[in-house]
Design a protein around this ligand. Sequence first.
Ligand code: PLP
Length: 371
Amino acid sequence: MNVPFYGHTRQYHNIKGEIDANIQKVLESGQYVMGPMLKQFEAELAAYTGKKHAIGVGNGTDAIWLTLMALGLKPGDEVITHANTFFATAEAIWIAGGKVVLVDCDGDTRCLDPKAVAAAVTPRTRAIVPVHLYGQCAPMREIRKIADQHKLIVIEDNAQAIGASGDGFRIGELSDAVTTSFIIQKNLGTFGDGGAIYTDNADVDARVRKLRNHGSSQRDHHSYGFNSRLDDIHAAILSAKLKHVTEWSDQRRKWAARYDAGLKDVATVTLPYQRPGYRHVYHLYEIETRNPADRNPLLAYLNGKGIDAKTHYSIAIHQQEGYPWGKAAEIRGSLANAEKNAASCISLPMFPELTAEEVDTVIDAVKSWKK
Ligand SMILES: Cc1ncc(COP(=O)(O)O)c(C=O)c1O
């Protein structure tokens, strides 16, 4: 049996009526950019996330740099993030004119390590960008404490964890703003590119709204800005999907529990670690081979059996060819955990529309390796 990595068309077919009806509504409205559907979705997203404002933008990368700009990042300001996130987190800091300061991740969760952050702060540090990697919320209480101590901005990169939470706190509760991506494969994804910012900060809301629309909040009146808006067709798709995202997260958690139970005795790999009291929403079910030398052979073995396993992300940012391309960047401290993560990670198929038979096929394949 082949097991795919994504279930995009399965998901579409399950709620086709709702998506099609919403798209039709936009097509018939004659308003496709900054129209009523975008407004409706922004209100729904704000309600879902518990924030006062939500602003739809072109993609999750733009969401980060637009927010950094809105918060007044100055050229050369240092922004701390970790080396084993998706490349876009660092890219966005560079686009906003910041200096990327890479620190290590935690050895268990692979999210930002607060101890590494605390050790990396200098008088030039302006912001911290924790990533809720793989669908698990970063240790926001510890990060907030450091930010308060040094008066730093915190922007949560939540491209991967919509619907996740910490132990007694929500995403967005302990930061200045949250950014997200709606690219196809995300837990809440459209059929293309999209992103959003959500925040309680009215200034960030007003500034991002202007920046995303050619520096304009009134026809023919402009200041410096960009074109980065969430199209109404994407808002329509996302509005239909948002109603299902909690149930989809629950289903991801069920498949994760099935993987956990099925793979717990496999000596060659470690399984994802969920912090006590945290709600992990498993954007990715990421295992690691205990021995990095096993990663590529195991990946090839799974792929050879028709299981579309992948890696996220097999080359850490600072290990990319040509890094840092003339941009301002610095590594502070050891990046040993991030490098281990890059060298040993494998993502098993994880999406709500998997079947129990498919999950069991993957479990059996991992168990049969090296037997
Ligand atoms: C952690 C993280 N940050 C940022 C992004 C960038 O989002 P986008 O691809 O929508 O620009 C992504 C996903 O692609 C991501 O996974």
